[in-house]
Design a protein around this ligand. Structure first.
Ligand code: ZN
Length: 241
């Protein structure tokens, strides 16, 4: 009861603070304790959130197919036998009844890279955008990742975008992979990297100890690879209720 009234009071007095806490992003543990890192990441994320994202399933006519997001496919959901072995720093969108002919669109502009045979993702498309501050200094990059797509079928359809520049709403894939566990679906992920963080995407996986940081309950996180996953709601994307 007391918590509820404090929450209510906070909502009246500090709407922005409460809003930020309502959709927590996921950051590496040292983010919370290292002041400099936190400042750098916060500045980067703030710039990343400036433009609302295009819905990754919305076509140029503003139409979206019917899709569902299972409980364990929601952002931050725990996965694995005890629901703690893996985090899910993304949103899984299942279209229709195991539909694979699904068009996917870039959430924001940037440079495309296409990757085959990545552990966990199989094929994926990534869109990377360099993020600068108001004075033009590079803060880092924003990456959105569109996993479990079928690049072979895309290429057969003459959709080969590796290295190309796209803008928000551009078509980036036409096919989902048929044999993804749990049925074909789009795994949509938002990531932030500081300027000096290394940009390898292959780090989504099982829980392990991080030197100097202890266990991170949300799963494996290698501090040299990246520092954060973004909640879609913080980019004005309502992907599920
Ligand atoms: Zn997923």
């Amino acid at each position: 009861m007391r918590t509820a009234s404090i929450k209510y009071l906070s909502a009246l007095l500090f709407p922005f603070i409460l809003q930020a806490a309502e959709y927590p992003d996921m950051f590496t543990p040292s983010y919370y304790t290292e002041k400099t890192m936190k400042q750098q990441v916060d500045a980067l994320v703030k710039m990343c959130q400036k433009a609302p994202f295009h819905h990754p399933l919305e076509n140029s006519e503003g139409k979206r197919p019917e899709y569902r997001v299972p409980d364990m496919g929601k952002f931050g959901a725990g996965k694995g036998p005890t629901r703690k072995e893996q985090h899910h720093p993304a949103v899984d969108m299942h279209v229709g009844n195991r539909k694979t002919e699904v068009e996917v669109f870039a959430a924001h502009g940037g440079v495309v890279s296409t990757v085959r045979d990545a552990p966990k993702y199989r094929h994926y498309v990534a869109v990377k955008k360099v993020i600068k501050d108001d004075k033009g200094r590079v803060l880092g990059k924003l990456v959105t990742l569109y996993g479990h797509v079928d690049l072979d079928l895309n290429e057969a359809d003459e959709l080969s975008l590796d290295g190309q520049i796209v803008k928000a709403g551009d078509l980036i894939s036409k096919h989902l992979y048929d044999e993804t566990r749990g049925g074909p679906h789009l795994h949509f992920e938002i990531r932030y990297y500081r300027q000096d963080d290394q940009g390898d995407e292959g780090f989504y996986g099982f829980q392990q100890k991080i030197p100097g940081s202890g266990d991170w309950p949300w799963g494996r996180w290698d501090p040299v690879i990246g520092f954060g996953y973004g909640h879609p709601r913080n980019h004005s994307l309502v992907l599920y209720k």
